[in-house]
Design a protein around this ligand. Structure first.
Ligand SMILES: *Cc1c(COP(=O)(O)O)cnc(C)c1O
Length: 367
């Protein structure tokens, strides 16, 4: 009999497959035509950019052709947007793809990866598939970054350090000053990956941004995605900005057609849609003010929410989430070390009001 467990590479059996929130189809099956307010995956409540939809429609007639494997036009559009040369841009099938590519490029068994905790699970996943070990560094008081602890966690075996700002699920940022201190403190042999999935939502003047100053450091990789601000999560496009030499190695590991042609066109169009981008930023701003005020009125603690979601301390997050679900509102919980918290993605104003109404009812029923 085939002993598969003995055939697979060490560590693969220990990986827990990623469990995403329910899909639209699953929701339909569970709830029939009853409305479900889906606030569990940090999706953009405003939907995709209309310019992206237009570009998608135009692209459909040529789906029998392979995409441009180098994603030349999209990479050029991204390069222009950031004022960088096109060699400094690598695109992926979502930034998840890029995290995996970077892991495959750099990690060997026994290597170490430093990740903030709690944070985005894909960093540890990338390490696990390469049988590298993960050093988790707890966030500090009020979920701020503890950069000294991060520097202390780095050893001779460390290859990658991840920094997620604003951090998912806490919403808190790494400051420019902390980033500069850390880059000074870290040795020359580590690659420092800034995940900026939510950074364009933040207005905080102290936040770190991927500008010329940051990219002068050859260890820096900045990750961006079209899934959040641009509302294209279903298409799967993300990108990395880094120095040319580093990306030339990651590019060797990349599948030839990792971003499909519809996604390439749509993402390039979305980048030109300044109105949609501004509306998404404004939506996050007003939603944050709404939730902060309402949660405060309910006596619930929140964290400084710099993304398109807010972390709320409701007590027993799992029970809260299940009770909200029964009232047709889906939020996310179950983050390591955050059993008393739920993460709520900003919906439309109407969805936010429904969420608050449900939350009030759930809390009232508890006492
Ligand atoms: C949503 C998210 C991403 C984006 O992932 P995609 O694969 O591009 O959809 C990346 N990093 C963080 C922290 C996220 O929350």
């Amino acid at each position: 009999m085939l002993d598969v467990a003995r055939l697979v590479r060490p560590g693969i059996g220990d990986i827990e497959p990623y469990v995403p929130g329910l899909t639209d189809d699953e929701l339909q099956k569970m709830y029939g035509f009853r409305r479900v307010v889906k606030l569990n995956a940090n999706e953009n409540a405003l939907g995709p950019s209309p310019l992206a939809i237009q570009a998608i429609q135009q692209e459909l007639a040529t789906l029998h052709h392979y995409p441009d494997g180098a994603s030349e036009r999209l990479r050029q559009a991204i390069a222009d947007f950031h004022g960088l040369s096109v060699e400094r841009v690598l695109v992926g099938n979502g930034s998840d793809d890029i995290i995996k590519l970077v892991s495959e490029t750099f990690l060997e068994p026994g290597d170490e990866v430093v990740v903030p905790h709690p944070s985005f699970s894909q960093y540890s996943f990338g390490a696990a598939i390469m049988h590298a070990s993960v050093r988790r560094v707890d966030l500090g008081p009020d979920f701020s970054y503890d950069v000294e602890a991060i520097a202390d966690a780095v050893t001779d075996r460390t290859k990658l350090v991840y920094l997620c700002s604003p951090n998912n699920p806490t919403g808190t940022i790494l400051t420019r000053a902390q980033a500069e201190w850390l880059l000074q403190a870290l040795p020359a042999h580590v690659v420092v990956i800034f995940d900026f999935a939510y950074n364009d939502y933040s207005l905080n003047p102290e936040r770190v941004v991927g500008d010329e100053g940051l990219f002068r450091d050859e260890r820096v990789v900045a990750l961006h995605t079209f899934s959040k601000l641009y509302g294209l999560a279903g298409l799967r496009v993300g990108y990395a900005l880094a120095n040319e030499s580093l990306l030339s190695y990651v590019n060797r590991v990349r599948e030839p057609f990792n971003v499909n042609r519809v996604a390439q066109r749509a993402a390039a169009a979305a980048l030109t849609d300044a109105a949609h981008r501004r509306a998404s930023q404004e939506h996050a701003r007003t939603s944050r003010a709404f939730y902060e005020a309402e949660c405060q009125a309910l006596g619930l603690r929140t964290t400084p929410a710099e993304g398109n979601f807010i972390l709320v301390r409701t007590g027993d997050g799992r029970a809260t989430t299940e009770a909200l679900m029964k009232r047709g509102v889906m939020v996310r919980t179950g983050f390591a070390g955050l059993s008393e918290w739920v993460r709520i993605t900003y919906g439309t104003p109407e969805e936010n009001a429904l969420c608050l109404e449900a939350l009030r009812a759930v809390l009232a029923a508890r006492v």
